[in-house]
Design a protein around this ligand. Structure first.
Ligand SMILES: O=C(O)CCC(=O)C(=O)O
Ligand SMILES: [Fe+2]
Length: 348
């Protein structure tokens, strides 16, 4: 095959067949064994089928794995107190791919986490070369940032007991389970600062893209600063999470960052949803759909984010690769004991 054919082939999902993908997924689900190429097969299967094979895989996993009863989990965030609110949110997630929740978390929690993260060690992300070792940790300087993005060290995020409570919140576990169809697995726990930049940062996800983390997953964005168009509101294109939701022209570019004009050619700007919302807001999103953060014009933005996945098939979860303390609190230990599957990437 010529190089051009190979490149074109690769961009549209290589030579993977539906059967290859199914076999890989079934092997992982029945044995727990990962093989080289599993992560690429996920990307290829998505590009080749516009999502359909992943959705089918997800339904098979749901049938096999079943659900958990989270009635022992603490209702820290009080998300679904209003009758019918969880069903409405689930419908919106299925239709649009996102939901901004009516319930916000307390200003005291916003305050507590802002103070906590202000003195947390971070790693830097920039589109420019940084004069630093990627492993180096620095504290954030809100007035004189060195980079467009500061990611808080993962163990430091989890050392905070309030973060751990939010991660294991009953309402979040329940909606994740409803959306995924089976027991959710904690796959990402992260917090980061964003700062103004002259151009949208590719590295900091400020250019349209879709995530291809897993077979199926739900991201939770917990806003720790007010988000306006000037301070980095997140943007989502409703409906693009569905099978066939991303146009084949865009998928033909492969797993790539997409510039606004090419996205606008398929999805008029007035259909883009900007998540302008105050600190304390919670945004649920299936980031299989097209999304980005807007680059900031002023101030800073602080975000806490969780991802719940249906299966860890694919790449090794980042959480499983970083040193984590043995967090000791009664609630964490009880949940770990009662719901070991949820902790698959966290247990050491
Ligand atoms: O910062 C943002 O709003 C975008 C983040 C993003 O792309 C992601 O978390 O998948
Ligand atoms: Fe993303």
């Amino acid at each position: 095959m010529s190089l051009i054919t190979q490149l074109a082939d690769r961009a549209t999902g290589g030579r993977i067949t539906k059967k290859d993908f199914r076999n890989r997924l079934e092997r992982y689900q029945s044995t727990g064994e990962s093989l080289a190429g599993d992560g690429e097969s996920l990307t290829d299967a998505f590009l080749k089928s516009a999502g359909l094979w992943l959705s089918e895989g997800s339904r098979n996993i749901a049938t096999r794995n079943g659900r958990s009863d989270f009635s022992d989990a603490e209702d820290f965030l009080h998300l679904w107190q209003e009758p019918g609110s969880m069903e409405r949110t689930l419908n919106q997630l299925n239709t649009d791919g996102y939901a901004i929740l009516d319930t916000k978390f307390d200003p005291e929690v916003v305050q507590e986490l802002n103070s906590y993260f202000a003195s947390a060690p971070c790693t830097l992300t920039s589109d420019q070369e940084l004069n630093m070792n990627p492993e180096d940790r620095v504290l954030v300087d809100l007035e004189n940032p060195l980079a467009v993005k500061y990611s808080v060290d993962t163990n430091t995020v989890l050392i905070n007991a309030t973060v751990r409570k939010m991660l294991l919140d009953r309402g979040l576990l329940q909606i994740a389970q409803e959306y995924l169809g089976s027991t959710p697995i904690v796959d990402i726990v992260t917090a980061w600062y964003s700062f103004p930049s002259a151009n949208p940062s590719h590295q900091a996800a400020q250019v349209f893209h879709f995530d291809l983390d897993r077979v199926r997953w739900l991201k939770v964005f917990l806003l720790l600063t007010d988000q306006t168009i000037e301070t980095g509101a997140h943007v989502y294109i409703p409906g693009t999470q569905r099978d066939g939701g991303i146009s084949s022209d865009l998928l033909a570019k492969g797993y790539a960052r997409l510039e606004d004009p090419e996205v606008e050619a398929h999805y008029p700007k007035d259909t883009w949803k900007s998540m302008v919302a105050p600190a304390g807001s919670i945004l649920l999103e299936d980031t299989r759909g097209l999304h980005k953060g807007i680059s900031l014009q002023r101030d800073h933005r602080l975000m806490l984010q969780f991802e719940y996945a249906q299966t860890l098939f694919g790449h090794v979860p980042f959480l499983a690769t970083v040193p984590l303390d043995d967090y000791q609190d009664e609630y964490w230990n009880a949940m770990k004991h009662n719901h070991p599957e949820v902790f698959a990437a966290l247990s050491r």
